[in-house]
Ligand binder design. Structure first.
Ligand code: FES
Ligand code: CO
Length: 351
């Protein structure tokens, strides 16, 4: 087989974006005081996540002494992370503040682990590995913005052996519904998807879709059939705001895929709805059903996207997405101004 050409040879541009690493609930479950630490991997970088002095922190998960993982250590009452091996203590800045074997020696300059920008939003902890340009925002989520929503469900994250790029494309791919989700999300009779305008606005890929109303007759009641309005913060978020055909009420499916590596991702999901008495398990179970249909197919794809793949006009969303990713990667290699222009220059087709 000839060598394939990857869409983006240089993945380092992804370090400039905010990515989710864990839910607050996961961190709280990790120790009785609710401060962690926990270990996560982002873009091949092992991270220790903790809450020190009421603030979330993310650092490289490696003690400077003998490289043990801090994530298997403890958060102490003095708001430091203690290495499990010889007890070095690290503060929120990533500096070692105590070496118990030689407590009165000067602490070497190199006794630190890099700390990264870390924030909590939507019940999720976000990390940005490279904040030198400080020009990206935590992705848009409508769940707490729309007063019509009565319930916001932060789902338990799940891992897939797939890249975040493939996961994003899968979530927004209209032409797979008829084949992968017949009877759950789609009626196979509607296998020719519409080709819709795609806009770049404020660093989001936006588009709108109206699947056939007739499918209401054949799909299950939990299927979120309606007009689908997408506001997707680059690079891996999807904010799918639905106006349900069955009752004309809003329903939100939000997801962000976090790149663990080129071949694995951790996926976060928020569902928001307007019902008073709907048990969380109902929309969650429906999503699990849909994910179980997608996962075995998507995990057969290679992680990287290749330029050699054959695209159709009906693949417009992924074609536009790929084009933008490529531009972002190329622009980041040129520097801050080029990257900002590639991310924030609006390009609109719709009226
Ligand atoms: Fe961390 Fe020795 S490896 S204190
Ligand atoms: Co699917």
């Amino acid at each position: 087989m000839n060598a394939l050409t990857p869409l983006t040879a240089d993945q380092s541009y992804l370090r400039h974006f905010w990515h989710p690493v864990a839910t607050v609930k996961e961190l709280e479950a990790a120790d009785p005081a609710g401060n962690g630490p926990i270990g996560r991997t982002l873009l091949d970088e092992p991270l220790v996540i903790a809450k020190l002095d009421g603030k979330y922190v993310a650092m490289r998960d490696r003690c400077a002494h003998r490289y043990a993982k801090l994530s298997v250590g403890k958060v102490l009452e003095n708001n430091r992370i203690q290495c499990p091996y010889h007890g070095w203590e690290y503060g929120a800045s990533g500096r070692c503040e105590l070496m118990p074997a030689c407590p009165s020696d000067a602490i070497p300059k190199k006794a630190f682990t890099p700390a990264y920008a870390c924030e909590e939003r939507y019940g999720i902890i976000w990390v940005r590995l490279d904040s030198s340009w400080d020009c990206t925002n935590i992705p848009y989520c409508e769940a707490w913005e729309n007063p019509e929503f009565k319930r916001q469900i932060i789902a338990e994250p799940y891992n897939w052996d797939s890249s975040a790029e493939r996961r994003w494309e899968n979530f927004t791919d209209f032409s797979h519904f008829a084949y992968v989700h017949p009877g759950t999300l789609y009626d196979p009779a509607y296998s020719e998807p519409a080709i819709v305008p795609v806009d770049r606005v404020d660093g989001e890929l936006r588009f709108f879709m109206e699947p056939g109303r007739d499918m209401l007759d054949t799909l299950p009641d939990d299927s979120p059939l309606g007009s689908w309005n997408y506001r997707n913060s680059m690079p891996f978020s999807v904010n799918l705001s639905i106006r349900l055909y069955k009752n004309d009420k809003p329903f939100l499916l939000w997801t962000t895929s976090s790149p663990i590596s080129q071949n694995s991702c951790r996926n976060f999901m928020i569902i928001a709805h307007t019902e008073d008495d709907l048990p969380d398990s109902q929309p969650l179970d429906f999503q699990k059903l849909v994910l179980a249909e997608d996962q075995p197919v998507i995990e057969t794809q290679p992680g990287p996207i290749y330029l050699d793949e054959v695209s159709l006009p009906t693949d417009k969303i992924s074609n536009q997405y790929r084009k933008w990713l490529r531009e972002l990667s190329t622009a980041a290699a040129k520097g801050e101004e080029a990257f900002k222009a590639a991310l924030f220059t609006d390009v609109t087709e719709s009226k």
